[in-house]
Structure formats: structure tokens, C-alpha cells
Ligand binder design. Sequence first.
Ligand code: FES
Length: 263
Amino acid sequence: MAHGVVQLTRRRFGETMRRDAWWLPPLGAFVVLSSFLVYATWAAFQNANYEYGPYLSPFYSPLLFGPSPHAWFRSAPAWLPAISPALLILPFPAGFRFTCYYYRGTYYKAFWADPPGCAVGEPRTTYRGERKLPLVIQNVHRYFLYFAIAFLFILASDAWKGYWFADASGAKHFGIGIGSLVLTMNVVLLSGYTLGCHSLRHLVGGYLDRMAGRPVRRTTYACVSCLNRGHMNWAWASLFWVAFTDVYVRLCAMGIWHDWRLV
Ligand code: FES
């Protein structure tokens, strides 16, 4: 049987036969991720207006040191430079997101045009992939996962504390404010994102090259897979909401927004 030889010609950068608006998703990702990065960096350096009553901004949680009732310790060790407390903890959730398998595919397209879209010409002629430096470092994602899970417990604790309001005497009473719900929704969305992580799926249900056989591991694998199918939606929703939660607490602390008490 004769075989024909097909010559593939390399497309120029941006060249494609696609007729749809393929550039729209990467452009949207570029705008949203850039906006988030700028806002989160600004907020982290503010070192102010990150708490309001029982509410604590997730950008500053856990609050390790300080006179605030939210702080874990009263004073920082002498060797620690006087920097915003957000800068001490944000590298962990930031590292988790930056190395996320979904975000990698997204920002490789949106920021590096590598490629700009499926079947669209890219600027490079060589492909190093993620098996060599520097991108092999992305494999630390599985270790950031452990920190991300610990953060879920901390943020859940913050959300719970957001339902306990102090009266004039300092005694705490259960109540529900809009901020309580905002903090709770933040944990729900971050949990949906974190617990659908590809690395977690492997951790709970896989070995190096095969599935685990135990029923309990198969079941947990199925649960993580269920969340994983919507990983993109969880990723964007949780990104938006964590920023909104900081905005909410910040504007309440600045006296620009009033926190409505429902109960
Ligand atoms: S793959 Fe996205 S959080 Fe792990």
C-alpha cells in the first residue's frame, strides 16, 4: 500500500485558518489575570483596612503577628523585617494558583502566546515543554497543594468567626452579616477549586501509573473528579470572589460600605 508524504508548513505567528473569535478567551484571561495581579499586589502592600469587626480579609489570613484580635501571636520575632503581614502568607496561595494545571494552559496562551490558541501560529520554533528548566519547576504544584488545603481550614475558621459579633461589653453573640456570607462563600468557592485539583486526584486515587484498587480511594477519586470537571469555573469564580471578599472587608473598614446585619 502506497503512503503519501504530507508536507507541513510552519504557520507564521498568529496565522490560522480558524474563523471563530479564538483570540477572545486569551484576551479575556489576560485582562482578568492582570487586573487581579495588580489589585492583589496593591492590597497586600497596604497593610491597612484588612479587618472589620469579626471579618478578616483572606489576603491577610492567617494574620500571624500584631495587636489585632485576629492575630495568632502578639509580636513578631525581632529578626523579621517590618513588612505587610499579607506578604508573609500570600506566596503560598499565589504559588498554588500560579502552578495550577488549568492556569498554566491559560496564561501560556494569554501572556506568552505559546501558542496564542489551538491551531494558531506561535512565535517560537522550538518546544522545551515542562520537562526542563525553568518550567519543570511547575511540578511543585503538588507541594503547594498541601498548603492550600491547610489554608482552607484557616479560612473556614475565619468564616465561622465572622458570625460572632462583639457587643459594647466585649461579649460575643451569634449574628449574620452580609460579610459573614461573603466570607463563607469565599471558603465554598476555594474548596471547590482546591478539592478539584488534578494533583489531589492523583494523591487520593492513583499510583505512579495506575488507579488505586481500594473502594475508598476509588470513591474519593470519583469525588475529586466530579469537582475537577468544573475546575475552570471554580478557578475563575474563586479568583473573583477572593478579591471581592478583600474589597468588601476593606470598604467596610474604610467606612465606605455599611455591613448589613441580617440576624
Ligand atoms: S490543577 Fe488547578 S489547583 Fe491543582
